[in-house]
Ligand binder design. Structure first.
Ligand SMILES: [Zn+2]
Length: 426
């Protein structure tokens, strides 16, 4: 009875999210096309019409492609759950491997391989058709497949031991397993923050210390002014995959580093680079990064506690197309732990989708604060001209649908952001 109610709830929310996402996408497409004919007045002197139209076409193409992948992914989700895909997979694997730890791990690996194979043609199309058409792809096919292989090996090397620990806790540490799993997960996240910039990212890209001496002394001056110590400034060879440019901040403690894509560096003037960097430092100085990490820990604690409860509820499995009794001799034993994890990971995004705007809202608030920080410590006009170049180079639309933007965007629309910066300058 509960399981039927849960199935109905799941399907209703899935349909609701699909309707909302199609509605937002159609608004976005209509809005962008309606403003395609002319560059918005405030950008008219800086951005050529051809670039504006390219951004419109790129946005529309990406949005349409997003809808296609959304439909396919929703079909796959239903296939794995209500249509019995996971049940079938788990049953066959257990016939081969029993119900112990190895069968649990085999189930999750099999799931990861199948979803990876389903995603592959879409990833390929995105890179070699969509990005290619707009001149952003700089990647050779060999690199694409090498990246994929490296990613899979790395995922196995890091993911399998972690999975083993979590499944062991689920099986053997009693009712509070989720709390112990949370400690493990949080420790793992912190470890990744150290390992990502120093060990993992260098497997995919080259990072060289910024060489330009005059730029370096300009940047060191800025870091001194705002009181920021860092292991360094690095330039990343982003151009080997894509023409999109970016700058980011990674690591923490003594491992902090600032990374500029070579594609960005080659386009911006020194004072613009300084302004972009000031924005990134703003995120650090205003404790956005610490707040974000704390929030992430808190949310994962909540979700793990929820999983701790759901794992013991028969309706959770049955409502999602899995019959645990048929799969395990010992009832709620280890036989269903991997299933509980997979089901939870599969359906969680459906149930949390409508909360997305909250996270976008908090992220945009941080962007305004970091912009204001940059405007205090460098010239607001330099950040404005850097942003205009970045929008043009990335073919980001200057005229997003306001509602679409409010729902999804981690950064405020260009015009709003620039208006705030101009206000700060004046
Ligand atoms: Zn930012």
């Amino acid at each position: 009875m509960y399981s039927l109610a849960f199935s109905i709830l799941f399907v209703s929310i899935l349909i609701l999210t699909l309707v909302v996402r199609f509605w937002l996408a159609s608004r976005q497409i209509r809005h962008v096309l309606a403003h395609r004919a002319a560059v918005p007045a405030e950008f008219a002197e800086k951005i050529p019409l051809a670039a504006h139209q390219k951004a419109a076409d790129y946005t529309v193409a990406k949005t349409k492609f997003g809808l296609l992948t959304l439909l396919v992914n929703s079909g796959v989700l239903i296939g794995f759950t209500l249509l019995g895909g996971l049940q079938w997979l788990a049953g066959h694997l257990q016939a081969l491997t029993g119900t112990g730890m190895w069968s649990q791990i085999a189930l999750i690996v099999a799931f990861a391989v199948i979803s990876g194979l389903i995603d592959l043609p879409f990833d390929y199309y995105r890179q070699f058709v969509l990005e290619q058409r707009f001149g952003f792809n700089t990647m050779r096919r060999g690199l694409f497949f090498a990246d994929m292989l490296k990613g899979a090996l790395l995922g196995a090397a890091i993911g399998l031991p972690l999975l083993w620990v979590v499944l062991s806790l689920m099986a053997k540490s009693g009712d509070l397993w989720w709390l112990y799993a949370w400690f493990v997960w949080s420790g793992f996240q912190l470890l990744m923050m150290v390992l990502y910039p120093t060990v993992i990212a260098p497997l995919f890209n080259k990072f060289v210390p910024l060489a330009d001496e005059s730029l370096k002394s300009r940047i060191e001056g800025l870091m001194q002014r705002v009181g920021f110590a860092s292991k360094g400034l690095f330039v990343m060879d982003g151009s080997k995959r894509s023409a999109h440019g970016n700058a980011y901040f990674s690591g923490f403690g003594a491992n902090k580093r600032i990374v500029f894509f070579d594609t960005l560096l080659s386009r911006l003037a020194p004072q613009e680079i300084e302004a972009v960097l000031a924005h990134e430092l703003g995120h650090f100085k205003l404790k956005h990064i610490v707040k974000r990490i704390a929030m992430m820990f808190l949310i994962s604690l909540g979700f793990l506690a929820l999983l701790g409860y759901l794992k013991t509820q028969p309706w959770f499995y049955a409502g999602l197309g899995v019959n645990p009794v048929a799969l395990t001799l010992s009832g709620q034993g280890q036989g269903t732990d991997a299933l509980a994890l997979l089901l939870f990971m599969l359906v969680l995004p459906v149930f949390t989708f409508l909360l997305g705007p909250l996270s976008s809202l908090s992220s945009r608030k941080h962007e305004f604060e970091a912009d204001a920080f940059a405007a205090t410590h460098t010239q607001a006009d330099d950040l404005v001209s850097a942003l205009v170049k970045m929008y043009e180079d990335n073919a980001s639309t200057l005229t997003p649908d306001p509602l679409h933007s409010a729902f999804y965007d981690s950064h405020p629309p260009a015009s709003v952001r620039i208006r705030h910066l101009k206000g700060a300058a004046a």
